[in-house]
Design a protein around this ligand. Structure first.
Ligand code: C2E
Ligand code: MG
Ligand code: MG
Ligand code: MG
Length: 287
């Protein structure tokens, strides 16, 4: 039993505490071999235009299939990898893997579609981040405009001038920049809008609150208005119901993402969607 408070008391770990520590240790050890043993892979969740329901872009999401721990969700292992510093290696692996896959898709002449990659604040803060990405694009022969980076407001822990500088360099490469999970935290809107971002992704928690008494409708409306006044695209994430789909379309969000429309899918499944989109486009051109 853990004892709290009094002076000179010895603090033992409660059994639950012990197992939390053990789980973390297992995850850190597991992650160490995950890269070497090829236990990591990437799935892609489609985003659609809210008006036409056409495939608009993809979000790459990391998956870990561990032989000893089974499928571990990124919600569980990403924060631990951020604590242990392993996120740097994992993040670099994801960037390379997605660029490789995207270069293959583009060479095959499939419908050109941007792929968004989630980037941890620690990874973004590294001095060579933009330089490394530039080399990566060159190595894969990929144009930067086929990539987008998703950053959360946690990047604001870095200093604003250096964030802005990196973002300008990325924009010069053609790379898009999304602010992910927007509205989940409490960073002032005005901070983000000083930065050269291209897209705002409204957090699932706000989408879930739509249409309820004292719901988030007006907050979403305000975010959309501000974003549009700055020429930013707005994505509503976590769409699970048709009611949410209707609300966000009416509120002016031009893109939608969520289980209602499509789940994250393996590369071959996504490839079939891209081929279907390519042939639909050819039909349009022929007619
Ligand atoms: P995120 O970037 O906000 O990604 C969206 C998450 O919401 C994904 O979870 C996705 O599967 C899930 N999602 C999509 N639509 C719906 C829906 O309609 N309902 C619900 N309930 N969930 C939905 P996932 O793949 O488990 O990833 C969780 C988080 O882990 C991501 O949130 C992102 O912050 C982080 N993550 C994932 N892959 C990477 C990566 O490669 N690098 C980094 N740094 N973080 C990553
Ligand atoms: Mg994301
Ligand atoms: Mg998100
Ligand atoms: Mg999220």
């Amino acid at each position: 039993r853990a004892k709290h408070g009094g002076k000179n008391t010895i603090c033992y770990f409660a059994p639950e505490m012990n197992s939390v520590i053990q789980v973390r240790a297992d995850l850190v050890a597991g992650l160490r071999s995950a890269l070497a043993n090829q236990e990591l892979y990437v799935v892609y969740q489609p985003l659609f235009a809210s008006s036409t329901r056409e495939l608009a872009s993809l979000e790459a999401l990391l998956r870990w299939s561990s032989p000893s721990l089974d499928e571990v969700s990124p919600g569980e292992f990403i924060p631990i990898a951020e604590d242990s510093g392993q996120i740097i290696e994992l993040g670099a692996w994801v960037l390379n893997e997605v660029c490789r896959q995207q270069a293959v898709w583009q060479r095959q002449g499939l419908a050109p579609t941007r792929v968004a990659i989630n980037v941890s604040p620690l990874q973004f803060a590294r001095p060579g981040f933009v330089e490394d990405l530039r080399h990566l694009l060159g190595r894969h022969g990929l144009d930067g405009r086929w990539l987008e980076l998703e950053l959360t407001e946690r990047i604001m822990l870095n200093d604003l001038a250096s964030i802005a500088h990196k973002m300008r360099e990325l924009r010069a490469l053609g790379v898009g920049i999304s602010i992910d999970d927007f509205g989940a935290g409490n960073t002032a809107l005005s901070y983000f809008f000083q930065l050269p971002i291209t897209t705002v992704k409204i957090d699932r928690s706000l989408i879930q609150g739509l249409g309820q008494a004292h719901g988030s409708d007006r907050v979403v409306q305000a975010i959309v208005a501000l974003a549009h006044s700055l020429d930013l695209k707005v994505v509503a994430e976590g769409i699970e119901t048709w009611a949410q789909m209707t609300s966000v379309t009416d509120l002016g969000c031009e893109r939608v993402q969520g289980y209602l429309l499509a789940r994250p899918e393996q590369a071959d499944v996504v490839q079939a969607r891209l081929s279907a989109k390519s042939s639909a486009r050819e039909l349009l051109v022929v007619r």
